[in-house]
Structures are given as structure tokens and as C-alpha cells.
Design a protein around this ligand. Structure first.
Ligand code: BQZ
Length: 689
């Protein structure tokens, strides 16, 4: 059998009239506006100081059974001693239903499976609010959806205040003083510096959610001045942008008193052994979050009990959280919607468009146990190309040829205009939900500018002409184009996440729409965690991905917008020589993002994002597939749910709704606690005590 050549030589020769004609032809078109779809409830915009403050209060309280069973028994210090000098105090004025009462449980259903509790070393806890509830970070951004646009700045959290030096290069942060991990061990700068030195700055460690040195600026340093004071030094002047990177998911320090003894630098462990040192069966992992894992039944449930050392209170001095227990039933994301609407679950981010009609119908009934409120269009999917031609993902010769094709603008353009986005959106759900999404920043978001968005409408003929033009002809007449010079069939692997029907439905749609283009696209559909691993290792030619907060807010996850570092982009990372073989337009994107990070001038930032959007969409950096709104589903018995909370903006709803101050009025409380009147036991112990 003649060995097919994968090389891409001689393309120029094939420059037929069709290419010049197509290249000359302006393939852009008028981008249709998204269908009218108003969010079902608007936030009440406030200032950060209306939400919270840090203050010592005259008295503190806790559930009566905690006092009776633990404090009076001498197995737990009094609440006042368990709290920091100045706890974080949530202001009643910002709590929709005011001061709450203790009791009850929130029953989550999730589609992930916990790998273990070592967030710092990159293990996921199953998502769906588990890691968001366990991990507290230096700053917080979820609740920013309700903060006035002109006062937008991350909320203090573990870092309770900060000030910039005169020249703007130094940021001194004051950590909350006297706060403790859920096992009573003091939280201080040691925990922060362990995360910085032995995770972020240790190239053998990749923390969950992608924190890298570039996330905080090339050349940035961090030092501890004393147990409760840290100092950042940046190359840029007053880069306030990095305060967002100090929030969830990129600066959430773990318990160094537990992690450090397992780290290879301080033990004989390998990095793999360090990563796996705290498996899901390890109970009572110390956390700074409101609830601690006390029970784990594989493929069944993770149960969490209130953290007796939680460092936040309401204005009456009641130690939070109000809810005693959290359940995470290990099922599927689709089942999460079903159970929330049915009332056997309490919470869901309705995010899979295929389930919308049924969920809307069920929750419209008066007897419906849950309320459903749609937010803005912040869920978006794109087809991403692996743009590395210098070895990221160690492609074979077939893969290398595809990665080189991906770097060809006409190839990316052809793929984009062969996709009928209207049909793709309608295949998920009919009605005013999905919008035509060319790629880049989402319509309706703060930094989006329609005039800067280049849109190439569906045009299959032009798409085929473009591929003819770059020498991809079906030389063996089997309906699949061949690589130049009698090369092999063009076969492309497409990575997608099987945890969501939406991901695989969209991927199936792409595969079908590439057929009339003569491209054979092969499904490589993987479950969430292995999909994440393949994406991070570059083991894909194409990837259908639900995008992150960077496309919604820009300010959250900004460094993910372009290859600002060797490990920051989702689809273009460093090759075998450690460098990213960046394309010229990508350099412009990188420079634009870095300039955005380095300035706090709002007008300049808006202009920069217009440039970003134009360069991104003109060069089809990735192919937008669809964009639609999500809906928050919450059981009606819960109080203090903020109005207009989106399922996704700066973070997911599990952060946005501030779960630690949600409560259930006494007369509506359900009897769902599996371990009533218990508290977490010792780290690594059997469970609650
Ligand atoms: C929300 C979220 C909370 C991760 C995850 C999951 C992972 C990705 C993404 C979402 C789930 C839910 O999303 O779909 O509604 O509860 O957990 O963390 O998709 O596979 O890696 O980025 O956040």
C-alpha cells in the first residue's frame, strides 16, 4: 500500500482561480443580534461595603447542640475563641431575608467524581460546588454580579485588606488574623507561602484550576513580612487585575500543616505520591470553607458537616454557616436538573440546553418544589484548534499535519463557515435561548463590542473553495480530502466531554457538518477528568469546550485569553522545547491582554478589548458554536438567595449565592441530615464525631 505523505509541501502550486476568487471575496457578514431574552430577575446593585466588613462583635453564638455536646464537654473551645479577632461579618442589609436560623441541609447532585482532596496538587473534588465550598481564597469574585460596575473590585476574603505602594509595584496584603483551619490549626502566611513556593512556583505541581506563575505576572514575587502580612512585588504598575487571579480557582491555599509533610521537597514522596496523598476516603480534610467532608461512599455520596472553626458570622454574631450539612450525591449533571426540579435535590445550574423545555414546564406548576430563574447568556461553547506545531501533545505524523493545518487561517475560516450555527443551536433547543456566536467575547457582556466582532456567516461553497485553494483535494476520490502531494485522508480527532450531553451533541454536530467539507472528524469523547487531562496535555487536534469566565467577564481568568505563558492557553501551550510557537496575530492578542492587565484605566481597557475581539474573530482564533443563558434552580424552602444571581459570571452560582448565609426557616426545615448534631473528627479519622 503506497505510504501516504503527510507533509504539507507544494500547496502554493495549487493556487487555482477559486482560491484567489474566494480570498478576494469578502466572506464577512452582518452578525444577527441574539433573540430577545430578558433575564428573569435583575440584581440589586450595591457597593462591596454593603455586603460585608471585618469587625469584632460583642458576642458570638453557635447552634445550641454544639455548646451542649462539645464546648460544655470541653472537647471544643468556646465559639469566641474559635473565631478570628475580627471575623468577616455579612451585613443584614444585603441578606434578602435577613438574619437566619441554624439547621437543615442543601442536597446537591453532581456529575463529577472526587479524585481526592489535594486541590493544591491538582486533584478535583468532583466539581458542582464541592471545591468551591471547601476552598477559600485570598479574594472573592462570585458575588460581584451584584456590585456596581464603577466600584467593581474583588471582595476581601482571606486577605481582609490591602494597600499599594506609592510607585504601584508593591501590594501589601493583611490576612485575617486568628482564623483557623477546621481542625483548629492557625491559618497564616505559612499556608499562603506554601501554596506560592511549593505549588505555583514549583513546575512539578499544577494546582487545580490552572494557577501558573504567569497568572500573577511574569517576574512577580511574593514574600511573608510576618504571620499575617504578605507583600507582592509586580513588574507592572498597580496591576489591580491580579486581585481577580487571587480569587477562586487560582489562589486558594491549602492546609500547609497537612500538605507540607507529604511534599517531595520535605519528604521522600514523589510528586505523584504527594498528589495522591489524600484520597477521597481520607475524611475530615482540614479546610477554611464552611463544611468539611466527613463521609464518602464511592459513586454514591459525599457528606459534609459544618466547620466549627468557620471564620464568618452574621451581624448578630451567629457563627456561619446556618446549614449544618451539605450532600453531594454522585450522579450525572443531567440528573441534577431532574432532581432539583422534582424536589429530591435542592440546587442546579440548568446549563444543558437540551433540558430547558422540560425543566421550564415542570417548574411552572404551582406545586413545583423549586423556583427557576434564568440569567444572562453566559454559557458558551467553542471549537478550539490545537495550534502547536512544535510538539505539545506529542502528535504522531498524522496529528502533526493537522496541527499545521490548524495554523492556516484559510483552514480555520473554512471550518467556521461550514458550520451552520442556527441549525446547531436549534438542534439543542428551539426558542429564544441560543444565539449565533462567532467566537471571542460574548454578546451582552461588559467588554463586548459588536462593531469589533468579525462574523463569517455559513457558506459551504466558499468553505470548500478555501480548502481547494490550500491544496486539500480528494485525490483518491473517497469523499475525504487528502493532504497535499497525494497525502493521506485528512483525519482529525475531536475531543469532547461525555459528562454533558450538550458537549457531545455539539461535537456530533461539528462532525456531521465537516462531512460535506470532505474532512473526516473522529470522535474522541472522554469523561470529564480524562478530558481535562487530555486537554492539558495537548492530546487533541480539535476540542469542543464550554468556555470559562474569561469570555464572560474578561477580568476573571484574563491570562487564559491568550498564550501569555507556556501553560496558560487552553489550546496553544509550550512544545517539547518549552516555547510556544506563537502565530503573529496571537502575539497581538498576548500584547493586548498583557497591556489590559497592566492598566486600570477603564476607557483604555474597553479599547483594548475591542482590539482583542477584532483580532480574535478576524483570525478565527477559535470557532464559536453557540451561546445561551443558564437558569438557577433552587428549592423554595431556602432563604437569602440573592436576586438575579447568574449561574455563571465571575464564578459559578455555588459561589455567587454565598451559601454560608443561606438558611431554611425553622417551620420549613426538612429532616435530611445524615449525621445530625455531629462535627468533623480528626484529619484522616473515620468520620464525624
Ligand atoms: C458548576 C461547576 C462548579 C470545570 C465544572 C465541570 C468540570 C470543569 C467546571 C457547573 C461543573 C458544573 O462544572 O457543570 O454547573 O456546578 O461544576 O465547579 O464542567 O469538568 O473542568 O471547569 O467548572
Amino acid at each position: 500500500m503506497k505510504k501516504h505523505a503527510y507533509a504539507l509541501g507544494g500547496a502554493g502550486l495549487m493556487l487555482g482561480v477559486s482560491l484567489l476568487a474566494v480570498q478576494a471575496q469578502d466572506l464577512t457578514g452582518e452578525l444577527p443580534d441574539p433573540p430577545e431574552f430578558s433575564a428573569q430577575s435583575e440584581p440589586t446593585f450595591v457597593s462591596v461595603s454593603d455586603i460585608q466588613e471585618y469587625k469584632a462583635l460583642p458576642e458570638y453564638h453557635e447552634p445550641d447542640w454544639v455548646t451542649a455536646k462539645y464546648v460544655d464537654a470541653g472537647t471544643l473551645p468556646p465559639v469566641a475563641e474559635r473565631l478570628p479577632k475580627e471575623p468577616l461579618v455579612f451585613k443584614t442589609g444585603n441578606m434578602p431575608d435577613g438574619i437566619g436560623v441554624y439547621g437543615d441541609t442543601m442536597r446537591h447532585v453532581i456529575g463529577g467524581r472526587p479524585e481526592g482532596w489535594n486541590y493544591t496538587a491538582g486533584q478535583n473534588q468532583g466539581w458542582g460546588g464541592i471545591d468551591i465550598g471547601l476552598s477559600e481564597c485570598l479574594t472573592r469574585t462570585g458575588p460581584l454580579f451584584e456590585v456596581k460596575a464603577d466600584e467593581l473590585e474583588p471582595l476581601p476574603n482571606l486577605a481582609k485588606s490591602w494597600e499599594w505602594s506609592e510607585d504601584g509595584h508593591e501590594l501589601t496584603m493583611h490576612l485575617i488574623e486568628g482564623a483557623k483551619w477546621s481542625d483548629g490549626d492557625p491559618f497564616d502566611a505559612d499556608d499562603v507561602m506554601f501554596y506560592w513556593n511549593d505549588a505555583i512556583m514549583d513546575s512539578n505541581v499544577s494546582p487545580l484550576n490552572g494557577g501558573t506563575p504567569e497568572t500573577f505576572g511574569v517576574g512577580t514575587t511574593l514574600e511573608a513580612l510576618d504571620p499575617y502580612t504578605i507583600k507582592w512585588t509586580f513588574k507592572e504598575v498597580r496591576p489591580t487585575q491580579y486581585l481577580y487571579a487571587m480569587a477562586y480557582g487560582t489562589f486558594c491555599p491549602g492546609p500547609s500543616h497537612i500538605l507540607k509533610p507529604q511534599h517531595p521537597k520535605y519528604s521522600d514522596n514523589t510528586y505523584e505520591q504527594f498528589k495522591n496523598a489524600f484520597p477521597p476516603e481520607y475524611m475530615n480534610m482540614p479546610v477554611m470553607g464552611a463544611w468539611v467532608p466527613v463521609e464518602y461512599r464511592p459513586d454514591d455520596i459525599v457528606v459534609m458537616r459544618r466547620n466549627p472553626y468557620y471564620w464568618k458570622v452574621d451581624e448578630n454574631g451567629n457563627q456561619l454557616p446556618y446549614l449544618n450539612e451539605m450532600h453531594y450525591r454522585l450522579s450525572t449533571w443531567a440528573d441534577r436538573d431532574v432532581q432539583a426540579v422534582a424536589g429530591s435535590g435542592d440546587f442546579s445550574n440548568l446549563e444543558q440546553a437540551e433540558s430547558y423545555v422540560e425543566a421550564l414546564k415542570r417548574s411552572a406548576e404551582d406545586s413545583a418544589p423549586a423556583r427557576l430563574q434564568f440569567g444572562a447568556r453566559t454559557i458558551g461553547y467553542a471549537l478550539e484548534f490545537n495550534l502547536s506545531a512544535n510538539g505539545w501533545g506529542e502528535p504522531d505524523t498524522r496529528g502533526q499535519a493537522i496541527h499545521e493545518l490548524n495554523r492556516n487561517l484559510d483552514f480555520r475560516k473554512a471550518v467556521s463557515i461550514a458550520i451552520d450555527r442556527q441549525r446547531l443551536g436549534d438542534s439543542l433547543v428551539r426558542g429564544p435561548f441560543t444565539a449565533i456566536y462567532p467566537g471571542g467575547l460574548y454578546a451582552g457582556t461588559a467588554f463586548y463590542d459588536k462593531a469589533s466582532t468579525v462574523y463569517y456567516p455559513y457558506n459551504l461553497d466558499a468553505a470548500n473553495a478555501l480548502l481547494d485553494g490550500i491544496g486539500l483535494l480528494d485525490t483518491d476520490g473517497n469523499g475525504v480530502r487528502n493532504l497535499p502531494d497525494g497525502g493521506a485522508d485528512v483525519e482529525i480527532t475531536l475531543l469532547a466531554n461525555t459528562d454533558y450531553a450538550t458537549d457531545t451533541n455539539l461535537a456530533e454536530g461539528v462532525i456531521a457538518m465537516m462531512e460535506p467539507l470532505g474532512l473526516r472528524v473522529i470522535a474522541n469523547f472522554q469523561a470529564g477528568t480524562s478530558r481535562d487531562d487530555m486537554q492539558q496535555a495537548g492530546q487533541f487536534d480539535w476540542h469542543v469546550r464550554r468556555q470559562g469566565a474569561e469570555m464572560v467577564s474578561v477580568v476573571q481568568g484574563t491570562t487564559f485569553l491568550a498564550p501569555t505563558g507556556p501553560q496558560t492557553s487552553y489550546f496553544h501551550r509550550a512544545g517539547t522545547d518549552g516555547t510556544v510557537d506563537i502565530l503573529p496575530f496571537e502575539q497581538e492578542l498576548v500584547d493586548t491582554v498583557n497591556t489590559f492587565v497592566a492598566t486600570s484605566d477603564n476607557a483604555e481597557r474597553a479599547e483594548l478589548m475591542k482590539t482583542f475581539q477584532h483580532v480574535f474573530t478576524e483570525n478565527v482564533y477559535s470557532v464559536g458554536l453557540t451561546q445561551y443563558p443558564g437558569a438557577l434552580i433552587i428549592n423554595k424552602r431556602f432563604a437569602n438567595i440573592p436576586a438575579g444571581a447568574p449561574i455563571f459570571m465571575f464564578n459559578w452560582a455555588e459561589d455567587n449565592i454565598i451559601r454560608e448565609r443561606i438558611y431554611v426557616p425553622a417551620d420549613q426545615q426538612g429532616d435530611y441530615e445524615l449525621h445530625p448534631e455531629t462535627l468533623p473528627g480528626a484529619p484522616g479519622g473515620a468520620g464525624p464525631v
